[in-house]
Ligand binder design. Structure first.
Ligand SMILES: C[S@@+](CC[C@H](N)C(=O)[O-])C[C@H]1O[C@@H](n2cnc3c(N)ncnc32)[C@H](O)[C@@H]1O
Length: 339
C-alpha cells in the first residue's frame, strides 16, 4: 500500500485506494477457471506486496495452468517495478511465490505509461480493480489493445458514454457478482457516517452498494435465460409519452409476450442474455437523446411537459399513470425480446 505522504494526499483526493478482498476475488474468478490455461495474466493496478489479485493468481498458478503472471506497481511520484511469476526459478519442482522475479521500471507504473503498455501487449487477460476515477480511460485502453479482462467497477459506469455502447453491442458484459462489496482502505481515509468501519485489527473498511464486475470473457451466466411469467396488458405497462415503448419498473415483471420496446431498470444488465434480448439504448442526458428518447417530441411539447413536471428533461422517459399524472422514470435501458 502507498506510504508516501504526498502520494497519499493525491490518492485521498481521488479516493482510489480500495483494496479488494480475496474472498470476493475467489467468488468471482471461480467462474472463469477454464479461461486461464496457458495464459499470461496481468494485474496492472496492483501493488504486488498487498494486492489480493496477485495473491490469488500466485497461489493458484499451477492449479489454473497459467503461463505467466505479471503485476505492476503504481506510485504517482517515483519509478516502480513489476513482479513476474512464470517458471520454477528455485528448482524445487513447483512454481510458487519463491519464484517471483522483480524488475525495476524507469517509469511510475501508470497503466498508460509506455512501459506498462508494452506489458499490456504481452498479456492475454487483465484482471484487477482499477482506480475508480480512471475507469473510462482504463477500459478504453483495454479494448484498444484488444485484451480480455475481468475488472471491478461501479454500476454507475454502465451509463458512461464510453461504456454503455460496449454493453449494448455485446463487446463487454457484467460478471457474476453485483451489489455490495467491502474494501480495505488506507489508514489515512477519513471516518464516514455510513459504510465505514474499523475492524479488530485496526484495519479501516469502506463498503459500496453498487459494485459490479465487467468482463469480455464468455461465462455461463450470460447464456442463462431470465424466466418470465407475466403477461402483457395495457393497464400494468403504461406507454411512454416520449418514446415508443412501455415502462417495466421491475425486471421480474418483464412480460413474456410483448414484442415491442420495453424500458427496464439498469439492473437488467445483470440478467442480460443476448440470445434472449437485444439492447436498443438507454435514456437520460445526451445519451438518451442520441438513442432517440425524447427526440420524438418537438421543442414545444418538451416545454409543455417541463411546465407540467419540473423533473422533465429531454431524454428522460416519462409516462402517465392511471390518474393521467405525469411520472418520471429512473434511468432505463431499452430492450426488446428476441424472436
Ligand atoms: C481501487 S484500487 C485497487 C487496488 C488493487 N487492484 C486491489 O484490488 O486491491 C486502484 C489502485 O490503482 C492504483 N492506481 C491509481 N492510478 C493508477 C494509474 N494511473 N495506473 C496504475 N495504477 C493506478 C491506485 O494506487 C490503487 O491502488
Amino acid at each position: 500500500m502507498a506510504k508516501n505522504s504526498s502520494l497519499n494526499n493525491a490518492a485521498k483526493a481521488k479516493e482510489d485506494e480500495f483494496y479488494t478482498q480475496i474472498r470476493d476475488i475467489e467468488n468471482e474468478l471461480k467462474h472463469y477457471r477454464n479461461h486461464f490455461k496457458e495464459k499470461v495474466v496481468l494485474c496492472n493496478c496492483d501493488d504486488p506486496q498487498t494486492s489480493n489479485f496477485w495473491r490469488y493468481f500466485a497461489m493458484n498458478f499451477e492449479f489454473l495452468g497459467l503461463k505467466k503472471l505479471i503485476a505492476t506497481h503504481y506510485d504517482a511520484e517515483k519509478p516502480t517495478y513489476k513482479l513476474e511469476l512464470s517458471r520454477d526459478v528455485t528448482g524445487d519442482g513447483k512454481v510458487n511465490e519463491e519464484d517471483v522475479v522483480e524488475t525495476k521500471f524507469t517509469q511510475n507504473g501508470d497503466f498508460r505509461s509506455p512501459e506498462c503498455i508494452e506489458i499490456l501487449k504481452e498479456a492475454d487477460i487483465v484482471v484487477t480493480n482499477p482506480p475508480f476515477s480512471l475507469f473510462r480511460e482504463y477500459i478504453t485502453q483495454l479494448l484498444e489493445y484488444n485484451k480480455n479482462f475481468i475488472i471491478i467497477g461501479s454500476q454507475n459506469n454502465v451509463t458512461y458514454r464510453e461504456v454503455f455502447p460496449l454493453l449494448k453491442d455485446n463487446k463487454i458484459w457484467l460478471g457474476y457478482h453485483s451489489g455490495d462489496m467491502a474494501f480495505m482502505v488506507p489508514d489515512y481515509y477519513e471516518p464516514r457516517e455510513t459504510r465505514y468501519w474499523v475492524d479488530e485489527n485496526g484495519q479501516k473498511w469502506r463498503s459500496m452498494g453498487n459494485i459490479t464486475w465487467f468482463t469480455n470473457l464468455d461465462i455461463q451466466k450470460r447464456h442463462e435465460e431470465l424466466l418470465l411469467y407475466k403477461s402483457y396488458n395495457e393497464k400494468s405497462y403504461p406507454r411512454y409519452v416520449n418514446y415508443d415503448g412501455i415502462e417495466v419498473n421491475k425486471i421480474k415483471d418483464i412480460p413474456c409476450d410483448y414484442d415491442g420496446v420495453m424500458g427496464v431498470p439498469i439492473t437488467f444488465l445483470d440478467k442480460y442474455n443476448p440470445e434472449q434480448f437485444e439492447i436498443l439504448g438507454i435514456d437520460g442526458g445526451d445519451m438518451g437523446v442520441s438513442y432517440g428518447v425524447g427526440a420524438m417530441l418537438n421543442k414545444e411539447q418538451c416545454s409543455a411537459l417541463f411546465s407540467e413536471h419540473k423533473g422533465f428533461r429531454r431524454g428522460k422517459l416519462c409516462y402517465r399513470d392511471e390518474e393521467q399524472k405525469l411520472q418520471m422514470c429512473y434511468r432505463r435501458i431499452l430492450i426488446r425480446r428476441k424472436q
